[in-house]
Design a protein around this ligand. Structure first.
Ligand code: PLP
Length: 389
């Protein structure tokens, strides 16, 4: 079944697979199908070589070493391993974790569970732009703190965290630093050494790779970070993540991240121009005071625009946009009608949260599509506003 051609503007939810990525993956379904752990024969060895090449590609993108990359099923699993794995291994050292109110549910729900298990969680607030203050991180640290988990880039509003400053605070106090970089890897420069990051979660499907595959960077030097497994079994991935490796998926992720890094500047330039064009148009046509930008004006993901449109209920708007895919909140929470916890955390109230739309542009969009989409969005907004007055 082929879906009708749509203008896809939801690249923060997921991205299409880049044809170059698909091409790299294809042989690993039907020709090189060995189990990367069965290395007594050529079939397994070829699969293992491909996995190791992908490990290198992922490591290079964040200035890590290949042996520090653990393959998982996605950023959700990576976040789970980071939080539960550190909480268990460092239980004798402490029981306090610092995170932030605007994290993805993959982190927040782990923290809720850990709190049920008796751990202490500090949820730091953010400012009106969604930024965490590194000084607040410093002040929250206690002798019992074992982990700081702050996301690299917010999936709803695109705000980029001051990773370098938070990493420096973590290092100064000898506390481990985890970052959920699902939206950031391959989109913005990341360096686990310069930023003092000890654990970093990433996912293939946010960077034009396949769904259902991701990774976790776990530092092995200065310090050697230990994590307990979440899944038990054959002892794959240094015993941290048992289970037969998804070889085609891993090959695709390696290629996708490699392309992401190579084309980062060009992609970002185009995306930034489009998101600015969208914002300018909305402001011009609806009036400056009708359009509120959610997130930081400059410290943000190039591909993300999140705006609240005064008097417009975003759910009603997006269902009217036939042929255009735009989100109201994060894809993972849109099954509920609750206002976005991220927009609420900025301190502007429920109306602003209920009128927020998220536009995520990407590599697959063409110039003409953006202006076409702008026209349709503006018409739909006009129709809704007429209904309200
Ligand atoms: C910041 C962030 N963390 C975690 C996830 C979950 O990633 P995955 O879909 O790979 O499990 C997402 C995806 O929505 C995300 O944006």
């Amino acid at each position: 079944m082929k879906t009708e051609r749509i203008i896809y503007l939801d690249h923060n939810a997921t991205t299409p697979v880049d044809p170059r990525v698909l091409e790299a993956m294809l042989p690993y379904f039907t020709e090189i199908y060995g189990n990367a752990a069965s290395i007594d024969h050529e079939a397994g060895n070829l699969a293992k070589q491909a996995v190791e090449r992908a490990r290198e590609q992922c490591a290079t993108a964040i200035n890590a070493r290949p042996e520090e990359i653990i393959f998982t099923s996605g950023a959700t699993e990576s976040d789970n391993i980071a939080l539960f794995g550190v909480a268990e291994k460092y239980a004798s050292k402490g029981d306090h974790i610092i995170t932030c109110v605007t994290e993805h549910k993959a982190v927040l729900d782990c923290c809720t569970r850990l709190a049920h298990q008796g751990k202490h969680i500090t949820y730091l607030p953010v400012d009106q732009y969604g930024l965490v203050d590194p000084d607040a991180v410093r002040q929250a640290i206690t002798p019992r703190t074992i982990l700081i988990s702050i996301m690299a880039a917010n999936n709803e509003i695109g705000t980029l965290a001051p990773l370098r400053e938070i990493g420096a605070v973590a290092r100064e106090h000898g506390v481990l630093f985890h970052t959920d970089a699902a939206q950031a890897v391959g989109h913005i420069p990341l360096d686990v050494q310069a930023m003092h990051i000890d654990l970093l979660s990433f996912s293939a499907h946010k960077i034009y790779g396949p769904k259902g595959v991701g990774g976790l960077y776990v530092r092995r030097r200065n310090p050697f970070v230990r994590v307990a497994p979440v899944l038990y079994g054959g002892g794959h991935e240094r015993g941290i993540r048992s289970g037969t490796l998804n070889v085609p998926g891993i090959v695709g992720m390696g290629k996708a991240i490699e392309i992401g890094v190579q084309e980062m500047d060009a992609d970002a330039r185009r995306e930034r121009a489009w998101t600015q064009q969208l914002l300018d148009y909305l402001r011009e046509h609806l009036g400056e005071e009708q359009v509120a930008l959610n997130g930081h004006p400059t410290q943000r993901l190039p591909n993300n625009l999140n705006v609240s449109l005064r008097g417009v209920e975003s759910k009603s708007l997006v269902v009217q946009l036939k042929g255009i895919a735009i989100a109201t909140g994060s894809a993972c929470t849109t099954a509920t009608v609750e206002p976005s916890h991220v927009i609420l955390a900025l301190g502007f109230g429920e109306e602003r949260a209920h009128s927020a739309i998220r536009i995520g542009v990407g590599r697959g969009n063409a110039e003409g599509e953006i202006s076409f989409a702008i026209g349709i969005v503006a018409t739909a907004i006009g129709r809704l506003q007429r209904l309200v007055v």
